[in-house]
Design a binder for this molecule. Structure first.
Ligand code: WQD
Length: 367
């Protein structure tokens, strides 16, 4: 089974994806510079991996350390790379654009140079629906025009453009750009989840803190949108569904390589090109959920209370965004399975067990 290099593998989506890769029989090397993760995540992952724990290894390091990348690619003979590593806070990216371009973009250049040198040309990239910018209509298909509305979004878009150029320069590259919508939830065990950093910008980490009593109430940004209940709509997707999507992407790329660039799932888009090349794929549920619907679902499925106040709209927010999922189904043979209730229940199990995330004091039974 493929030996996979996972950059940023101790992060929220990377850690969940690594566990699912192990479940599917893969072996994994994680590289993480711990700039936005805790080494304790790896301890939790080993506990959850059980007898497969020896199939994953953690290396602390930075993508810009070219000597380290050269050493890893020489020793490990990776079959594919899943690239998660990157800063991801929209607001922070406005204050620190240079750090975002250096870490997110320059780190990726170093990664691709190492991949090319060592002839590992199979890449799954953690992209984002943010590359669609301010969308006017929905559902969003992969051929929508691209635009970025923040330095963070531009680092994702610039990376996508670089990968398209690289794939156009050499047909040996097989690259899938997975555009996530709104990742939420946590591992069903309650022992892995998203670590809350400061005052959360995103909805679900904030809902979680209100439900825990760490914050007084949730501000609902806008109650006058042209939607059924007036609040904005998004496509929330369970992180475990996202993880399965990455495994399906690795499978397609590696099989496509073995079959000599004849795609496993013949779809019009690829048959015309005859090569996998570089393809974007939306990872969403294809369903829209409003903020008020999410609050209701959270209360109904956890028993917790989420007091809120409707306030002004947040600048830069769109009215309604959800994914078209046909390409993910036809190309990857993947579709989301987990419900809003699963997302809320799993998010709450994690929050209740680890109210301070990975900084929650360790109890005896969690040694
Ligand atoms: C969701 C909805 C808010 C907080 C972000 C990133 C994007 C991508 C997906 C990474 C919106 C409302 C939120 C709150 C609220 N991530 N909200 N009160 O803005 O859709 O996209 O995640 O690539 O880059 O921008 O997600 O969770 O911030 O907001 O009412 O305290 O919840 O207005 O309608 P968003 P979000």
């Amino acid at each position: 089974m493929p030996h996979v290099f996972v950059t940023g593998g101790l992060g929220f989506i990377g850690s969940h994806t690594t566990l699912v890769l192990l479940e599917h029989g893969h072996s994994v090397v994680i590289l993480d510079n711990l700039s936005n993760a805790f080494e304790r995540v790896f301890t939790h992952m080993k506990k959850l991996a059980g007898d497969k724990a020896d199939k994953m290894k953690f290396v602390q390091g930075d993508l810009r350390d070219k000597a380290l990348l050269d050493k890893l690619f020489s020793e490990e003979k990776f079959d594919a790379v899943i690239h998660f590593a990157g800063f991801k806070a929209v607001g922070e990216s406005v204050e620190k654009p240079l750090e975002y371009y250096d870490n997110n973009f320059c780190g990726s250049v170093a990664l691709l140079e190492a991949m090319r040198t060592h002839k590992c040309m199979n890449l799954v990239f953690s992209s984002s629906c943010t590359v669609y910018g301010m969308v006017e209509k929905t559902p969003i298909t992969e051929d929508f025009p691209l635009a970025a509305v923040s330095p963070y979004g531009r680092t994702k878009l610039f990376q996508e453009d670089m990968y398209r150029d690289v794939a156009a320069s050499d047909p040996s590259w097989r690259i899938l750009l997975l555009r996530y919508f709104n990742p939420v939830g946590a591992h069903p065990s309650g022992d892995l989840g998203e670590h809350p950093v400061g005052i959360p910008n995103n909805l679900m980490p904030y809902v979680q803190q209100v439900a825990l009593g760490q914050r007084e109430f949730l501000r609902v940004f806008g109650g006058d949108y042209p939607t059924p209940d007036g609040s904005a709509i998004r496509d929330y997707i369970h992180v475990m569904d996202l993880a399965e999507g990455h495994v399906a992407a690795v499978k397609l790329i590696v099989e496509d390589e073995k079959l000599g660039c004849k795609p496993v799932n013949l779809v019009k888009l690829i048959v015309e090109d005859e090569k996998l090349g570089c393809k974007p794929v939306n990872l969403g549920t294809g369903r829209g959920t409003s903020v008020l619907e999410m609050i209701k679902a959270f209360e109904e499925n956890t028993g917790a209370k989420v007091p809120y106040k409707v306030v002004d709209r947040r600048a830069g927010d769109t009215i309604a965004v959800w994914a078209a999922t046909e390409l993910a189904e036809s190309l990857l043979g993947w579709k989301s399975k987990l419900s809003l209730a699963d997302m809320c229940r799993d998010q709450w199990a994690w929050a209740s067990k680890y109210p301070q995330g990975y900084e929650t004091p360790v109890k005896e039974d969690q040694q």
